[in-house]
Design a protein around this ligand. Sequence first.
Ligand code: ACM
Ligand code: ZN
Length: 528
Amino acid sequence: MGRIVFSIIFLFLISINPLFSQNLPLVPYPRKVATSDKYFEFNKNTVIVFSKGMEKEASYLKEEFKFRFGIEIKSLEETARVKSNFIHLYTKADSVQSKYRLEVNPQYIDICGSDAAGVFYGVQTLLQLIPFNKETKIQSVEIEDYPGFSWRGMHLDCSRHFFTVNEVKRYIDYLAMYKMNVFHWHLTDDQGWRIEIKKYPLLTKISSYRKETLIGRPSAKDEYDGKPYGGFYTQEQIKDIVRYASDRHITVVPEIEMPGHSMAVLAAYPNFSCKGGKFETATSWGVFEDVLCAGNDSVFKFLEGVMDEVCDLFPGKYIHIGGDECPKDRWHNCSKCQARMKSEGLKDEHELQSYFIQRIEKYINKKGKQIIGWDEILEGGLAPNATVMSWRGEQGGVEAAKQKHFVVMTPGHPCYLDHYQYKDVENEPLAIGGYNPLEDVYAYNPVPKELSQEDAKYIYGAQGNVWTEYIPTFKQVEYMALPRMAALAEVLWTYDPNRDYASFIQRLKIQTQILDKLGVNYCNRFKN
Ligand code: ACM
Ligand code: ZN
């Protein structure tokens, strides 16, 4: 007995640093791991026993067993009668959120979370431990684990290209697999409005369609495909996706772009522009001069109507209001915008943008929600309660944190996953440009060194962005997002200053067998 206790402690000690326990194919790697050479063997008589409130986690695990092994295992609410061959899911209060302890021993598997999210993450770790090769044995382990950052995000642009409900759900599945917890859903942009708003049916009738799409990159001789392109999510579909994500402990943050990136809105409502006239949903990429007029009160009425429905559809705390890349020329030459600047005492168009965002923030705050926006919302003065998403490098995030505003880091390098992942671009699908190899994503540190310890607390975490101008299919989304999402997941979850790329690659090679089984088109060049 004494020897067993000693060897468990010994194993625990030698494997306390992830660098020393590379034998488990886990991504992201847990904080504490101890293994032994015993095994739990599951079969059709294995039972899931769950405590009250863990029904969803239990049914998720049950479904995964069915899918992976064709075994229909039973699940029952907690009872003392089951003595062995069970997987126990339960919670025990702890000051650390989303924490779990996973124990596998020859008699049973125990997953104890500090909350339901913790139990879910324990389930994910267990699933990564179960190989797909018809093996029914799981090595005995003791794992203790919790996340390093509270915002572990992935973004998907469904405006430039549209992805079906099932594809969006698959994307959410990949987030869940890697313990990511925020899905930033980019729903509106110049090239298409993708969310049904019942009050404004023209948004789905007109703004969700474009007449054709640019082929390749913009050039002196632009060529278009001549094919109408469109699509949107009904409110019922949105609720379904939000529920699906919530079952996986993922919050959906919808993005409704303003005041720029609004050509699709102007196609339906030209009077919301500064100049009026005729507009069409954009058919090529870039930044467009025509934006929502900041001097026109009906623009704000419209946005408030949109926000009424958006806030009802998304139960999370955050609404992303865009705020990026809004050229100011139209405002500069618009009598209504200039009159607004005068009446509000605003000294330039940057302050007018700040007025725009603050006015929307007030409305959203009244509905009990918070805004998050791209780092341009710093220009002209940050809205009082805004969270900043730093994309033009890290400077915006640093500035916001110093102003005691929360920050999500998503700098172009290395967090834009629409950028190339290999230098030999002729062997890669056409991408927007850039170079963000897997290794750079893995090396990322979301907390800039120049921040004091106090200000560093404002860094919520980071996010990978998948813009889809050059990503027309979901297969290509998979290729761009994976495995770089897995690297970012390990940065954000494990947050180990001694992280080891070689160990990550070794584990990833085994771990991607699951992606192979699922038929995911991930980029497998890291195996070469
Ligand atoms: C952005 O990439 N325009 C936020
Ligand atoms: Zn105007």
